[in-house]
Ligand binder design. Structure first.
Ligand SMILES: [Zn+2]
Ligand SMILES: [Zn+2]
Length: 199
């Protein structure tokens, strides 16, 4: 169905048409083997061309499964940094705005889309509260030709709707989005799954 929708969306470039044909020709066994390698993060075995399509299909299946599991049935995990439903790593985390959970930060699973609460100023990979730092890209309206002063850099970093949260303890980083800052700017408040950066 995913491939049907891609083909129905309009004319495909030759490389994409060839890729769709390759996906259609894959056996169930090879699809299963690729899916297993993707979910298990065995990067050396993953075909990078077909992986985005297989991951998209896996996300649909796992999100449906996760949506039918009662929160009360979820175990308490003593393993930091993984989804309580499926054990995958988060794609990113988002600090919410509005409602009773205003200002709370949630990590979103890369596979089943489950969001679980992780307190702020804490590494979403190893749970450390030490050595956490935030890094921001320059905003789109920043003049690339001009040298920003330290004050301007600090202001841009403070107001950025999307940052990288790094951890000195485990040496990883993950993207963190701020809905209030996304609302304040002209950017969409939704943090796109495409903004993935796992560690
Ligand atoms: Zn999950
Ligand atoms: Zn860490």
């Amino acid at each position: 169905m995913l491939l049907d929708n891609i083909e129905a969306a309009g004319a495909l470039t030759l490389p994409l048409a060839q890729l769709v044909a390759r996906l259609r020709s894959m056996s169930v066994a090879s699809l299963d083997a690729q899916a297993d390698a993707i979910v298990s993060l065995r990067f050396a075995e993953i075909d990078p061309a077909t992986a985005p399509f297989l991951m998209a299909a896996l996300q649909v299946v796992w999100t449906d499964i996760a949506s039918r599991i009662a929160v009360s049935d979820l175990p308490y995990l003593d393993t930091p940094g993984v989804c309580p439903v499926c054990g995958s790593v988060p794609v990113a985390s988002v600090v919410r705005v509005g409602g009773p959970f205003d200002g709370y930060r949630y990590a979103q699973c890369v596979l089943c889309a489950t969001e679980h609460h992780v307190v702020r100023a804490k590494c979403t990979n190893c749970d450390s509260t030490k050595g956490i730092a935030y890094h921001a890209m320059r905003t789109d309206d920043a003049d690339d030709t001009a040298q920003e002063s330290e004050e301007e850099q600090a202001r841009h970093a403070k107001n950025a709707p999307l940052k990288a949260e790094s951890c000195d303890e485990c040496g990883t980083y993950r993207k963190i989005g701020y809905q209030d800052k996304a609302y304040a700017s002209s950017l969409t408040p939704t943090i796109s799954p495409a903004s993935r950066s796992t560690c």
